[in-house]
Design a protein around this ligand. Structure first.
Ligand SMILES: C[S@@+](CC[C@H](N)C(=O)[O-])C[C@H]1O[C@@H](n2cnc3c(N)ncnc32)[C@H](O)[C@@H]1O
Length: 274
């Protein structure tokens, strides 16, 4: 099989599937997309062909491409991804953009709760090197991947802590933070989208009470950690904006607003503790 034939194995011309074929061949052959184009008649070795067709079978079985290539671009970073981590989504870049637009002091104290690959914390650290950022996760193997990503990108000032939400910080709750940011689990266990997400860790996706249990916990505890005028920004489901706004209001936050993702869905709600 040559490169052109391999590319044509799946999907229509210019489809997302064809783009995935290109990414896989780039990964297995160590060639750029342009090189694949100009070397269309180059034969794959037996090992390359086997690796490629096995990867196509894994994708057909529902595995994300990032678990096969082992990395995923996020913001300006190329992040290591494993089956212990959620694959960072482009929509989460909206959360990063939103908090970068806030006027915080140059050495702001920031926590990213449930950091996964470190996506949010590391993107923020790359843009705001003087922010004092701590990234937490409940699952040690996940946090190990985030630490590797910090080293890979030379973002060595980011601190890491393992544990359930604010417990990870190992401190008494005090108003010490300027910003709390999180993309917590927010999908209901019976949501129709869950079967398509079966390859990713359930602990990263599912929350009780229609997906709102972790959001309630973060907001209700977070108010004791934020300085006056501190901000909290949370990613949530497309249909959870009103519920999240109400939870913020019940806990005394103001300046509550929701930001849409690139597809026009409500995705991030932020609020300020006054
Ligand atoms: C939706 S994923 C987000 C990962 C990453 N922040 C991102 O945006 O790609 C949620 C993360 O929260 C972590 N998590 C789940 N429950 C947690 C808890 N009780 N305390 C801390 N982290 C938790 C999961 O391990 C997972 O990495």
């Amino acid at each position: 099989m040559n490169i052109a034939q391999a590319l044509a194995l799946r999907g229509e011309t210019d489809s997302y599937e064809r783009q995935e074929n290109i990414w896989l061949l780039e990964h297995f052959l160590g060639l750029s997309a342009l090189e694949l184009k100009y070397r269309a008649s180059q034969e794959l070795t037996t090992a390359e062909e086997q690796a490629y067709t096995q990867a196509l079978a894994r994708i057909a079985a529902g595995e994300p491409l990032a678990y096969i290539t082992g990395s995923q671009p996020f913001w300006t970073l190329d992040l290591k991804v494993t089956p212990d981590t959620l694959v960072p989504r482009p929509d989460t870049e909206v959360l990063v953009e939103t908090v970068l637009s806030l006027s915080l002091q140059s050495n702001a104290m920031v926590v990213d709760l449930g950091t996964g690959t470190g996506a949010i914390a590391l993107a923020l650290a790359s843009e705001r090197p003087n922010w004092q950022i701590t990234a937490t996760d409940i699952y040690p193997p996940t946090l190990a991947v985030a630490k590797e990503n910090a080293i890979k990108h030379g973002l060595n000032e980011v601190q890491f802590a393992c544990g359930a939400w604010f417990d990870a910080l190992g401190l008494e709750a005090e108003p010490r933070l300027d910003l709390i940011v999180s993309n917590p689990p927010y999908i209901d266990a019976h949501d129709e989208h869950m079967p398509a997400l079966a390859a990713e860790p359930e602990r990263a996706l599912v929350a009780a009470d229609q997906g709102l249990a972790d959001i309630v916990q973060i907001i209700s505890q977070g108010k004791y950690w934020l300085k006056q005028q501190g901000w909290m920004a949370l990613e949530h489901g497309y249909d959870q904006a009103l519920a999240v706004q109400e939870i913020f209001a019940e806990h005394g936050f103001s300046e509550i607003r929701t930001v849409k993702d690139y597809a026009g869905n409500d995705r991030v709600t932020l609020a300020r503790l006054m």
